[in-house]
Write a protein that binds this ligand. Structure first.
Ligand code: FES
Length: 127
């Protein structure tokens, strides 16, 4: 069996939603101290819905694939759903990650949660 699923390879080679949102109202940046990888997530939230999302990931292939898949999973979704996103769901949507690469998907969950916190701080709104 191949180490990485087709979906992981696809999102690694053609990552969706890469870039910066200049007028984002929720920005989260997280890193993993062990591997040194960094992920930054930009959210544009309107009417309690993630209207747009972009990311920048300085990291391994699994981290890039995880961030790409995570952005696809939250785009156009209400915040009540977005805040429930787990790294497990991201890894499942990618048809799995090797055990020792699961922490890469954790970065995606953390980056989104950190961006949601930032949004709450900026707007004073409670999700
Ligand atoms: Fe660091 Fe994948 S090895 S996020």
């Amino acid at each position: 069996m191949a180490l990485y699923s087709e979906k992981v390879m696809d999102h690694f080679r053609n990552p969706r939603n890469v870039g910066v949102i200049e007028d984002a109202n929720g920005i989260g940046e997280v890193g993993n101290a062990k591997c040194g990888d960094i992920m930054k997530m930009y959210l544009k939230i309107e009417d309690d819905v993630v209207q747009d999302v972009k990311f920048e990931t300085f990291g391994c292939g699994s981290a890039i694939a995880s961030s790409s898949m995570a952005t696809e999973m939250i785009k156009g979704k209400p915040l009540s759903e977005v805040k429930q996103l787990t790294n497990k769901a991201v890894a499942e949507a990618l048809d799995g990650l090797p055990d020792y690469k699961m922490h890469c998907s954790v970065l995606a969950e953390e980056a989104i949660h950190s961006a949601l916190e930032d949004y709450q701080k900026r707007t004073g709104r409670k999700i």
